[in-house]
Structures are given as C-alpha cells and as structure tokens.
Write a protein that binds this ligand. Structure first.
Ligand code: ATP
Length: 333
C-alpha cells in the first residue's frame, strides 16, 4: 500500500474514498502522491490546528483496507511474478553499475565473477529480501512492491528455495518415503502420482538411474542433487530458486534448468561454468562485491553455446571412457 499513489489506491480499492471522506482528508489535487507524501504536505500549523496524527492515519488506512478486504471477501493474487533488484554499493562503497534489474517468471539469470567477488552475497541478499540492511545496501522488491516480512520468517511458504552443492540426507528413508512425506506436508492431493512424477524427472537428470525403494542415504552426489532439483521444481511452493554452483554434479544441467523454468520459477545461479552462464537469458557480472554490469545473452553467444555443448559432450565421452578403463585415441577430438 505504501508504494501506491492515491489514484492507484482508489483504482485497486474503490472503498478507500470513504476513509478519506470520514477523516476529512481532501485528496482532490494530490492523486499522484502516495498517502504518506500527501500527509507530508500538511504544515506544522495544520497538524497542530486539526490534531493530525500522520502515523496513526497511515496505520488506520492499512487496517481499514485489510478489514474491508476481509469483509468483501477480496482475495488478492499473492503470486510472485517478478523480482527486482535495486542497486547498493560494492566493497569500496561505489554505487553499483545498474539502475534496476527486474527478473520475470521463467527467466534464468546467471551470476558470474571471480572467486570471492560477491556472487553468494547476491543470492543471500535475495533470500533475505534485503532492504538496505545487508553489507551491500541492496534492496529487493517482489511484484514491484516492498516484500512482505512474512517471506523472511515463514518456513513453510518460503519465497526462495536454495540448491547448494551438498545435499546431506540425515534421515534413513527410502526415496518413496522421503517424497511422500514432503508431498503430504505440502497437502498435495495425488501423493502417489506426484511422487512418481518427481522420480521420473529426477532420473531424467541423473546419470545413473535409481528407484523409489533406494534409501536416500545411498544415493550418489549426482543422484541426490537430481532428486532435490526435481523435488524443488515440482513440489516446492517457492517461486524463486537460487543455485550456487551445479557444475561437476553429475547431472544433466541443461535439463535441470529446463525443468525449473517449465514450472514457472525464477532461477538465479552463481556459476563459473561457461555453458551454464550462456544458458541464462542474462548474466550479472560481479566485481569487488558489486554488480558491475548486466549482459543479455546475444544471438552469437547462443550459437556459440551449441558449439560449447558439443565440446562438452566430447569431454564427457572421454571421462566415461577413462572411468571404464579405456585408452583414449587421437580421433576422439
Ligand atoms: N558489497 C559488499 N560489501 C561488503 N562486503 C561484501 C560485498 N559483497 C560481498 N561481500 C563479502 O565478500 C565476501 C565474499 O563474497 P562471496 O562469498 O559472495 O563471493 P563469491 O563470489 O560467492 O565467491 P566464490 O566464487 O568463491 O564462491 C563475503 O564475506 C561477502 O559477505
């Protein structure tokens, strides 16, 4: 509410007019201002003469809107459609090199930069929905609005799902039990169908197949990562997925990204891998703790990516041959 102009407020909640009337607030020539900006136009004298309490008027308007919404049965669409990053500063205190970055549903953004430059810090700012309260001074907006504080503290309805390099399972469950527990906790109707869908997707990503009766503790690194990615894509309610390095994880990285994006997620991944960097629609370049620039993947780079993938297949092929004890020949390349 605090970011909307009075005109936008009236459009969204027509009943606010009666609040302004009841409180004898003449908003006639102030529709382009937010409610707070309007209240700031009162002089000290007005405030004293009419006993105006600005903070209380703002809080009361918020409460009025909430009550009316409840009374009228208005359910707002709380779906996350976009994530916006507003600049802070780098490690030396210089302003970052962009004005505003908005990322929409089904977009993939890669984050590149030297070791220690601040890639993980950017992911952490997003997870914390930073409001100039982290070392970078960045702000994060959701659907162009200040994010609700609930995102920070809710454990069930998280804004962000994190996929990190290590997936350590502590419970001694089979894959089926693990997925069923998760599906039940998410109140999924068709637990069996969803469980099977996830295992199918996970096996599509993992190099070596596994089944529902495999204990999660005996999955290989790549298999457990594939399982977590499929689980996050299909079961998690989190609209934003943050990935810190998925290279060398023994999974099909391209398919993993396609799966996440097909489920309408916003994906941000920190990476040192050129293939992953170019699979993104845009890449953020981090230097000395700050976003230096944002580059859109060009058509030339997309064509190069096809070549890179061919080279990657050659390397994968050699890796597999070496693993099985074969000797490599000149013709491999
Ligand atoms: N703008 C900033 N101001 C102050 N400190 C920062 C800033 N950005 C990052 N840092 C700090 O710098 C350190 C290194 O950052 P981070 O771990 O994010 O690097 P990284 O790029 O992820 O490195 P790697 O590639 O090795 O994983 C962290 O302690 C982080 O909090």
């Amino acid at each position: 509410m605090n970011n909307l102009t009075i005109r936008e407020l009236e459009e969204k909640y027509p009943f606010v007019i009666s609040y302004f009337e009841e409180n004898k607030l003449d908003i006639e020539n102030h529709r382009d201002k937010t409610f707070k900006e309007y209240l700031d136009t009162f002089s000290e004298e007005d405030i004293e003469n009419w006993a105006i309490n600005k903070e209380k008027l703002i809080l009361d308007l918020e409460a009025f809107i909430e009550q009316m919404k409840e009374f009228l049965g208005i359910k707002e669409d709380t779906k996350v459609k976009s994530l916006t990053i507003l600049p802070g500063h780098d490690k030396s205190g210089n302003k970052e090199g962009f004005e505003k970055l908005t990322i929409n549903k089904s977009e993939i953004i890669s984050i590149v930069g030297p070791t220690g430059s601040g890639k993980s810090r950017l992911l952490a700012d997003i997870e914390w929905t930073a409001q100039k309260d982290t070392p970078t001074g960045r702000s994060i907006f959701i659907n162009d609005e200040l994010p609700d504080k609930k995102w920070r503290f809710s454990s069930n309805n998280k804004l962000v799902a994190q996929l990190s390099q290590n997936m350590n399972f502590v419970m001694d469950l089979t894959v089926r039990e693990f997925l069923e527990l998760h599906a039940e906790s998410r109140l999924v109707e068709d637990v069996k169908g969803t469980t099977e869908k996830i295992i199918l997707a996970a096996n599509n990503l993992a190099g070596e197949k596994f089944n529902l009766d495999t204990p999660v503790t005996s999955l290989s690194g790549g298999q457990s990562r594939a399982l977590m990615i499929a689980d996050t894509a299909i079961l998690s309610s989190s609209p934003i997925v943050l990935i810190d390095e998925i290279e060398n994880a023994g999974i099909d990285r391209k398919k993993a990204l396609e799966l996440l994006v097909s489920e309408d997620k916003i994906v941000l991944m920190a990476t040192h891998d050129p293939i992953l960097a170019l699979m993104a629609h845009k890449r953020i370049i981090i230097k000395n703790g700050g976003i230096d620039k944002i580059i859109e993947t060009s058509d030339e780079e997309k064509r190069l990516l096809i070549e890179l993938e061919k080279m990657d297949n050659v390397i994968q092929g050699m890796r597999n041959k070496l693993r099985t004890g074969e000797q490599l020949k000149k013709e491999e390349i």
